[in-house]
Design a protein. Structure first.
Length: 164
């Protein structure tokens, strides 16, 4: 096994669709200041190259210095830029789902596009009446129109509890 963090000069390709731990293929070491066709040189490195399609792909930081995912413009001008530099559609902000890895899409929300609990917590609409209390006081499970087959209906005929 080759420790890629020890390669000072060279390039490597990440296998398509590989998720952490990443699987690499076609590892090569060379001394040239340029990269093979279809590859780009990671700025600030001696000879580290990555496939062109990995530059600003908003997926993984492929260069050892993270250059390939730094200061990338979002594909759509209206996108929201997470503090971790990931781009998401603006409509995904303040919806109760954590879409940014750093959770900044749910910070400082003035309007909740999901369901707003009485204490101001914003949760996803699909979490209402799902048998699991997501609001701190459980209000998202009150006054539910019906309970599904996986749920127990309480005596008040309004509260659903997941059968275990």
């Amino acid at each position: 096994m080759i420790n890629l963090s020890k390669i000072i000069t060279g390039y490597y390709e990440r296998k398509p669709n590989s998720a952490p731990p990443l699987i690499y293929q076609n590892i090569a070491i060379f001394q040239a200041q340029s990269c093979p066709e279809g590859q780009v040189l990671c700025e600030g490195t001696e000879n580290e190259c990555i496939p062109e399609e990995f530059y600003c792909d908003y997926t993984y930081k492929d260069c050892s210095n993270d250059w390939d995912e730094t200061d990338c413009p979002c594909p759509n001008e209206s996108d929201f830029i997470c503090d971790d530099e990931r781009c998401i559609p603006e409509s995904w902000t303040c919806d109760g789902y954590l879409d940014c890895r750093d959770e900044t899409d749910e910070d400082n929300c003035q309007i909740c596009r999901g369901y707003e609990c009485p204490d101001g917590t914003c949760i996803a609409k699909i979490w209402v009446c799902n048998g699991r209390e997501n609001c701190p006081g459980g209000e998202d499970e009150e006054n539910c129109p019906f309970c599904g087959s996986r749920f127990f209906t309480c005596a008040d005929n309004q509260t659903c509890i997941l059968k275990s």
